[in-house]
Structures are given as C-alpha cells and as structure tokens.
Design a protein around this ligand. Structure first.
Ligand code: SF4
Length: 201
C-alpha cells in the first residue's frame, strides 16, 4: 500500500475508547500505534481517525504532541475545518466523518443481535459511485431532473423526501432544509433506499 503511494494513518492500538482512558493511557496507546506504523511503513503517520470516532478531552493535546497534520473523527461541519484549542487555531485540520460516507451501516453484523448486512457489496459500492459515475460520464444533468415530494416509508419517523428523477430513474434523494423534522438530514436508508427500489440486477 505504501509503495503505491497510500498514506497509513493511526486508528488506535486495540480499538480503545479514548474517552474512557486517562491521559497517560491514551498517550501510551496512541504512541504505540504511531511508533509501530512509523517502523512498518518507513515514515511517521501524519493523521488519524480515532477508534469509534471517540475523541476525548486529551486527544487534541496528543495529536499536537505527535505533530499530526489532521484528524478525522469529528462532525462539526460537512467541509474540512481547522481545530481550535481554547479558542486559538491549532493548525490541525479536521476532515469530518459522516455516516453517509461510511460502509459500516450496510456491512455491520452484530453477532449477538439481529443486525445483519442487508445490501450486497456490489450494491454498497454503487451507492458511493452512482452519482460520481454519472458526473464523470457527463450524463448528470440537473436541468433535466424533476423533483417529487413524498414520505419515506422505511420507518415510523416518516421523513419528508424529495426524489430527484432523471430519465425515469431516481438519481438522488434529499430532504428540505426547512423541514422541522429532518432539517435537511436523512438517515442512510432514506437517502439511498431508492437504489433498492430500482435495482435492475
Ligand atoms: S429517512 Fe430514515 S429516519 Fe427518516 S423515515 Fe426514512 S428510515 Fe426513518
């Protein structure tokens, strides 16, 4: 992976929960991960995503101690932003996480519960690629899209949906920003469930 130019970032030592650790233990585990990756890959890591996106009151201190350039564990914005400490800029960039960019909700399997993957891997891949592929092919045309308002039927919350339709296919699902329930946010089933409706495979 490193030879192909990929960056390898820190993701904890034993998938620890940082917020349950004291500073010394969090530092010890983060340092073990940092040192091991530096030795294995031949260069020190420059960023991290905390295990379970769990960012403790000490994590930023440790990020700065290790000289990391970025973290990717927080959700304060859709776009990258700079982390502040006591109101002062730190120079550390936050690359925010978001469940809709994560494959875990589709692939999770809880051994002692009822959660099982409900979408084939090819379907999950298409979720992340479909709009990108249309844009890359030059076929994404918002002027040719119509919008239909409806209600999500996947659960009892009943979120308002706006279906964006192009050439008889639903190509995107959003929710109005001024909707008092969703405030423009939908869960993954609501946002991407349309791909089950029109799956032709
Ligand atoms: S978008 Fe999600 S939370 Fe809203 S009704 Fe559909 S499944 Fe329920």
């Amino acid at each position: 992976m490193v030879k192909e130019g990929h960056e390898v970032g820190i993701h904890g030592w034993i998938h620890e929960l940082n917020s349950e650790l004291g500073l010394a233990d969090e530092r010890d585990l983060m340092k073990r991960s940092f040192d091991t990756l530096a030795k294995t890959t031949g260069k020190p890591p420059v960023g991290m995503r905390t295990p379970s996106w769990d960012f403790s009151q000490h994590t930023l201190t440790l990020v700065r101690e290790l000289g990391l350039l970025y973290d990717s564990s927080l959700m304060a914005d859709d776009e990258p932003y700079e982390l502040l400490e006591d109101g002062e800029p730190t120079g550390v960039v936050e690359l925010p996480v978001e469940w809709i960019k994560d494959d875990a909700p589709y692939m999770n399997m809880v051994r002692h519960g009822a959660i099982r993957p409900h979408t084939p891997p090819s379907g999950v891949l298409s979720i992340f690629k479909s709009e990108f592929d249309m844009r890359a092919a030059g076929t994404w045309d918002e002027s040719a899209q119509t919008e239909t308002t409806t209600i999500c039927a996947y659960c009892g919350v009943g979120c308002n949906l706006t279906l964006h339709v192009q050439a008889n296919d639903i190509v995107k699902v959003t929710s109005p920003h001024d909707n008092p329930v969703t405030h423009g946010n939908l869960c993954i089933k609501g946002r991407f469930g349309f791909q089950h409706v029109q799956n032709r495979e």
